[in-house]
Write a protein that binds this ligand. Structure first.
Ligand SMILES: *Cc1c(COP(=O)(O)O)cnc(C)c1O
Length: 375
């Protein structure tokens, strides 16, 4: 068995530290927004190089509270890539605003800059690039566009914690606000749901901080309506242990990705059966943390069954782009509006990727794929 992700291999390496901290939280009887959360916010703000880090209840709520703090609601439009995890578009719709879908670039499958420019209207209130699979969207170009158009960027960095832009700044800290997820399968995973918002804007940080807790300031006085987007101390405690390993885990992912890429290049499959995604900054170590290792493959669904039968875990991120989701039918998009996303949805396949993956397992995955196409 070579699973897509095996958390059991990670846990024994950190179990002692985590269990000690969880016990401390239990004995403290401080459960929500306490010292563990404070420590997490301080340490991640420093790690990311952001002035403010605000711990929240999930990655989805990070995006939601960021958009709420920007005052986005009915009558507003928010540009999102049509190819991402549902939350990126779902939060826009939940606020009564209109998600405006844009195609992705071939190669990286991140937000297409020219299509974004063309989608801007007088109602556009934010642009939400997604740093898909662990590398950045075209942030240099998007930041120029944001500046020219006067529209803020909200980075969905849920899959890219720790990854860098070419200049060394961490993804999630380049736009006005950045959002991260600590869902257990993410590269820094809690023992449940948790997320983080970062910004360098003091006023916005204050709004996000109070909106995380019903817009309350001072106690039982509410000048704005927020929600309950608080992080609990058990999640923060787990994350305070795990965060100290993040760089080495990300480095291990990059090493595994380099092995996959080298072996596929040597396999003779590239160009025919499979296509490797493009690294935006191949010479900048750390610019891609390979949250997922994704290929574009021919005859995807049969290959997937073949690998499943051989005990190799795979996943499709994502089979249905937003513009074809039933809940967004009312927006009036057509399947052929976004050809790159359509092609990606039909051909993407994520292979096993986690820090503890072994070299022999990577070789076995590549070999199984080669066997499939050799039949
Ligand atoms: C995981 C993820 C989210 C949402 O995070 P949750 O913590 O699961 O709510 C948002 N956007 C992207 C791109 C994600 O991968």
């Amino acid at each position: 068995m070579i699973p897509l992700l095996d958390l059991h291999r990670q846990y024994p390496t950190i179990a002692g530290d985590i269990e000690q901290r969880l016990l401390r939280v239990a004995r403290s009887q401080r459960f929500v927004l306490g010292p563990e959360t404070d420590e997490l916010e301080r340490s991640l703000a420093e790690y990311l190089g952001a002035r403010h880090a605000i711990a929240v209840s999930s990655g989805t709520d990070a995006l939601l509270v960021a958009l709420m703090a920007l005052g986005i609601g009915p009558g507003d439009e928010v540009i999102v890539p049509t190819f991402s995890f549902f939350a990126t578009a779902g939060v826009v719709a939940r606020l009564g605003a209109k998600p405006v879908f844009v195609d992705v670039e071939p190669g990286t499958l991140t937000l297409d800059v020219e299509a974004t420019r063309a989608a801007i209207t007088p109602r556009t209130r934010a642009i939400v690039p997604v740093h898909l699979y662990g590398q950045g969207a075209a942030m240099d170009e998007l930041l120029v566009l944001s500046e020219q158009a006067g529209i803020p960027i909200v980075e969905d960095a849920a899959q890219a914690l720790g990854a860098c832009h070419r200049d060394g700044r961490r993804l999630g800290t380049l736009g006005l606000v950045g959002c991260y997820s600590f869902y257990p399968t993410k590269n820094l995973g809690a023992f449940g749901d948790a997320g983080l918002v970062v910004t360098n804007d003091d006023a916005l940080a204050h709004r996000i901080r109070i909106m995380r807790n019903h817009g309350m300031e001072p106690r039982y006085y509410h000048a704005v309506v927020g929600g309950n987007f608080r992080m609990d101390e058990f999640q923060a405690a787990v994350l305070n242990v795990k965060r100290t390993h993040l760089d080495s885990w990300n480095a291990a992912r990059r090493k595994h990705a380099a092995s996959y890429r080298r072996m596929f290049a040597e396999s003779g499959l590239v160009g025919e059966a499979i296509e490797l995604l493009v690294e935006r900054f191949p010479d900048v170590p750390g610019s891609h943390i390979y949250h997922q290792f994704v290929l574009l493959v021919h005859d995807r669904d049969r290959l997937r069954r073949w690998l499943t039968e051989r005990g190799i875990g795979t996943e499709v991120y994502y089979p249905v782009p937003f513009h074809r989701q039933e809940c967004f039918r009312g927006l009036g998009y057509r399947a052929d509006d976004f050809p790159v996303a359509e092609d990606a949805a039909a051909r993407v396949l994520a292979l096993p990727m986690f820090a503890e993956l072994r070299a022999d397992e990577i070789a076995a995955v590549v070999e199984a794929i080669a066997e499939f196409y050799a039949r």
